[in-house]
Write a protein that binds this ligand. Structure first.
Ligand code: NDP
Ligand code: 8X3
Length: 255
């Protein structure tokens, strides 16, 4: 059953990976999409492709940085439709350094995007959902929000924060019709590791060698499933591993 046709859905971080895959799958459902990310040319390309493929969907693009609070406010002010679903997907890891080797700029950026950016949009969009007694906030967490690993002190802290924010948001909206969910993927082959290793593409590729990692489309399917449940069904969290992964650090590789 398609419960998403004509719904207004924001996806942050729609220029690549999981956010982009979610945009295509939601476009197929006939949802109207409000796509964000910093890379404007990618947003334009995605909008053009989606409009050709899914003429029933309206596609709007908003290039901005989620760490820019004024830009977040301007974005929300510029939308004159009620938002049915907010997918807080924009996020990143920077480096895999031990706590005693951390780069302060990396620390600040991870908290700014993964925690403060997600909170900014939730803070700005949730009042209209509460007032309408309807809506759905879907946060993209991680298995790193359930388990901490060496070299992930900040990234894991930010994703633990996403879990806490999701749980508190659900409780803040207790008694309303607003749903709050989280998706917690394991290893997904996207640009995530290229970003984490700052353009060292060989190192990024080696992360996914010798086993079949999840794809962005695998996670997009879970997001769509969660969003497409009946209005009384609130999926709180889903942990998704590739079959070859059993924890953040246990990955069975062929070679
Ligand atoms: P990608 O690097 O492919 O996509 C990240 C997206 O976030 C891009 O669209 C990027 O857009 C956007 N983004 C990053 N920084 C900012 C910013 N400052 N302002 C606005 N947008 C920003 O990675 P994934 O698709 O894998 O990651 C998506 C989410 O999934 C993240 O929250 C990540 O933590 C999470 N995740 C990923 C896993 C994985 O193994 N890949 C596993 C578990 C969770 P642009 O650069 O254009 O701004
Ligand atoms: C990304 C998954 O295990 O690389 O959230 O941190 S992991």
């Amino acid at each position: 059953m398609n419960r998403l046709s004509g719904k207004n859905i924001i996806i942050t971080g729609a220029t690549s990976g999981i956010g982009k895959a979610a945009a295509y799958q939601l476009g197929e459902f006939g949802a109207n999409l409000f796509l964000t990310g910093r890379r404007e040319e990618r947003l334009v390309e995605i909008k053009n492709e989606l409009e050709n493929k899914y003429p029933d969907s309206e596609i709007y693009t908003f290039p901005f940085d989620v760490t820019d609070r004024v830009a977040c406010q301007d974005f929300v002010k510029s939308i004159d439709s009620d938002i049915d679903v907010l997918i807080n997907n924009a996020g990143l890891a920077l480096g895999k350094d031990a706590v005693y080797e951390l780069d302060q700029e990396d620390v600040d950026q991870m908290f700014a995007v993964n925690v403060q950016g997600l909170l900014s949009l939730t803070r700005l969009i949730s009042p209209q959902m509460k007032a309408r007694n309807a809506g759905h906030i879907i946060n993209i967490g991680s298995v790193a929000g359930h388990e901490s690993y060496a070299g992930g002190v900040v990234y894991c802290a930010t994703k633990h924060a996403v879990k806490a924010i999701t749980e508190s948001t659900k409780k803040d909206l207790h008694g309303t019709g607003v749903r709050v969910s989280m998706v917690s993927p394991g290893m997904v082959e996207t640009e995530f590791s290229n970003v984490r290793f700052k353009g060292d593409d060989e190192k990024a590729e080696s992360v996914y060698k010798g086993f079949r990692a999840l794809t962005a489309e695998d996670i997009a399917e879970i997001i769509v499933f969660i969003a497409n449940r009946p209005e009384h069904v609130n999926i709180m969290d889903t942990i998704i591993y590739p079959v070859s992964q059993s924890s953040s650090t246990m990955v069975y590789r062929d070679e």
